[in-house]
Design a protein around this ligand. Sequence first.
Ligand code: NOJ
Length: 516
Amino acid sequence: MTDLTWWQRGIIYQVYPRSFQDSDGDGIGDLRGITQRLDHIVDLGADIVWISPIFPSPMKDFGYDISDYRGIDPMFGTLADFDAMIDAAHARGLRVLLDFVPSHTSDQHPWFVESRSARNSDKRDWYIWRDAGPDGGPPTNWISEFGPSTWAWDDQTQQYYLHIFLTEQPALNWRNPAVQAEMLDTMRFWYDRGVDGFRVDAITHAAPDVDKGDHPVNPDWHDGMNPSLRLLKVHSKNQPMNYDIVRMMRAVTQEYPDRLLLGETDGTLAEVTSYYGTQGDGFQLPFNFALLDIPWTVPEIVRTVEAYEAALPDTGWPTWVVGNHDCIRIASRVGSDLARVALTLLLTLRGTPTVYQGDELGMQSADIPPELVQDPWEKQVPGKGLGRDPARTPMPWDDSAQAGFTDGTPWLPVFTPPDGTVAGQAAGDTMLAYVKRLTALRQTTPALLSGEYRTISAADDLLVYARGSGDDAIIICLNFADAPRDPGLSGHTLLSSANAADGPLHPSEARLIRPT
Ligand code: NOJ
């Protein structure tokens, strides 16, 4: 246990800054707000804070469209507020990860403004420009993540530029050494300011190979599915050069003592695990989104966990997540009754867990009326359930107006989950109180921090697994049924989501046992 590093032992907590805490009444969360609420993160038992983008941005994709990599958007505060937040976090023993968005900038970034000004601009090759295809249309048939073609026509210079996400998010050309040098220096800028690492955005899209031509049709796609999956992205995602880029980022990271790279690596199991690299040159933690995609059943979960454990490289440390700012809230996906079971799974599997803000309260995906929709994806592809606003509503802190999130009008409506606000859930039989007990147990239990995972049984909606072995072992029993289930084990109950001591598990109960 003692030889674990901070990011192996720690729990990551994702802050979506627009929705965490507003300190100035504009209805949008900010850095001072984060500083005010750091104690919540400490109380929860998390150790590492990942903050989604806070840099200057036209906010077309709410900060994932950056117009200056080395500043703070005035909406979120100033560099001085940032420094104060880092100091306050470090004073509490928290580490801070920033979001690094290497694959694309905003179209308002001065680099792109210059790039699009003329074909012979110094910055032309910082982005990916191509002539029209033979029919005068886009150079390839590629489809962007948010719907239409990945190519946008520029009238002035009579070429198309590539954008994997919104038109306002032109793709950077990482094949250009000047882009590499500048972006890597950006990492140093923030490392020098004291950040403990980065979550690296959209790395799988970092080196699209546009000259390889069209994408083939996805034979499994059918109407009603996400339109961006209609084609197989064989030339744009997970290209060989991505690994060179990650190696460069890791080399910069190694210039500093003890920093972390957490990569946004979606894809097949083989693709995800390939981002560990070889010989310590990849991400220490390539995000593992497997639990986000599967049907929420015991057989599927066991298959997913075992396949991931088996696929990990020898030195690869696992990592798990059940929610983030891009997907449905876990409490809505599995249902409120099973929210504690889901968080217990997240926090007792082997590896570093990431908790998305509000999931510790059982926050649910909110119904956002059409006139309040903010998310560009929902605006571009309405009505398909792809919109991300439902998972981005503000944190409900207390019983004051707007649940203590803002004195103004919140950018998205505030909703309070069934168990109540943060203040309301402080004690008693609440989701938050349970998660706190669970993280406290995790922190002090070697088997939960570093013990091997072993499935014991997975039948009849009941999942039972062990962490660790011998005297140290802990057995985790998760009842997915809405009826009692008997795990058939004897032992001492360390924690129960239903406050049960022994006997059969209650419906939807999570129980941790020390076997006897
Ligand atoms: C992944 C981020 O999580 C998402 O919010 C964003 O829209 C895309 N990357 C583009 O940066």
